[in-house]
Design a protein around this ligand. Structure first.
Ligand SMILES: [Zn+2]
Length: 277
């Protein structure tokens, strides 16, 4: 099995999927390229990316989860919100191998060991602030605070494709129950800000898991989920997830059907029902 699968999305954007069922995006400008997220750190991402562009590559992370930040150790320098720095403790080789063995999807092998993932090493981590603009030459990426899924979650708006790359910030399976997630009301504030400021400018929202471009009502559907959770009128469906990591947690889905909503709408939220505020 190929170590990485790529999809040319046009407009100088390449989606890269490595091990761990998570996508990363390479956005190529005239002077430099930006890699958004780094996957789990199994197989040499840095060398692979150098086969896709001859431009210098800067690395930006949407958030600190191990399936997005695990490959950062291939690089000397990355940019991410320092609000997610403490989460990198959950990025050890053991954590990443456990994760690979848990999800057993798009794996290419039956059993993963610590020899298969990159070492944790010192990397220069540069903080990103909301509104920061990175000029790549002929296009620019703007960092957008989209805190909720994690406290330091960021989206990136590309003014050439008019795509908003949202990481795990807003999708059909938005996890808001995690230790590092914000309150629902804080997240709703992020959603409404993105809707007001960025929705009029964007052509599409792009996510990392299972899909690239998502249906255009995703943002509104997730806003609706949060409003329903906060006023107690959501479906309150029990969260049953194949990942044993989540067993026994007090989690519900806002809408019935989980990632594949029964009403066929795209966008759902899983939240901790003991922490609704
Ligand atoms: Zn995540």
């Amino acid at each position: 099995m190929a170590k990485f699968i790529t999809k040319d999305m046009g407009n100088g954007i390449i989606r890269i999927e490595g091990q761990g069922a998570v996508g990363m995006y390479l956005v190529i400008g005239e002077n430099k390229a930006v890699l958004l997220d780094t996957g789990l750190g199994a197989n040499d991402l840095k060398s692979f990316v150098s086969t896709l562009t001859d431009k210098p590559v800067e690395v930006y992370l949407t958030h600190g989860h191990l399936d997005h930040a695990g490959g950062m150790y291939y690089f000397d320098e990355v940019h991410m919100s320092h609000k997610d720095l403490s989460m990198l403790e959950g990025n050890s080789k053991k954590d990443r191998v456990d994760y690979l063995n848990l999800i057993k999807r798009f794996m290419g092998k039956d059993e993963w060991t610590e020899n298969d993932v990159c070492d944790v090493r010192d990397v220069n981590i540069i903080d990103i602030k909301d509104g920061e603009v990175n000029d790549l030459g002929g296009r620019s990426l703007t960092a957008v605070d989209f805190s909720g899924h994690t406290k330091g979650s960021l989206a990136f708006y590309d003014d050439k494709s008019k795509y908003l790359f949202v990481g795990d910030c807003c999708n059909n399976s938005t996890f808001l129950f995690l230790e590092d997630s914000t309150s629902i009301s804080h997240y709703l504030g992020s959603l409404l800000r993105v809707k007001e400021e960025w929705l009029p400018k964007m052509d599409a929202m792009v996510i990392c898991h299972d899909y690239d471009i998502v249906p255009e009502d995703c943002l509104d559907n997730v806003i609706d989920c949060c409003e329903k959770i906060l006023n107690g009128t959501d479906d309150k469906e029990e969260f049953v997830h194949p990942n044993p990591m989540f067993a026994g947690m007090p989690v519900r889905w806002a809408y019935e059907g989980g990632a594949d909503r029964k009403d066929k709408k795209f966008g759902n939220v899983a939240y901790n029902y003991k922490r609704v505020n």
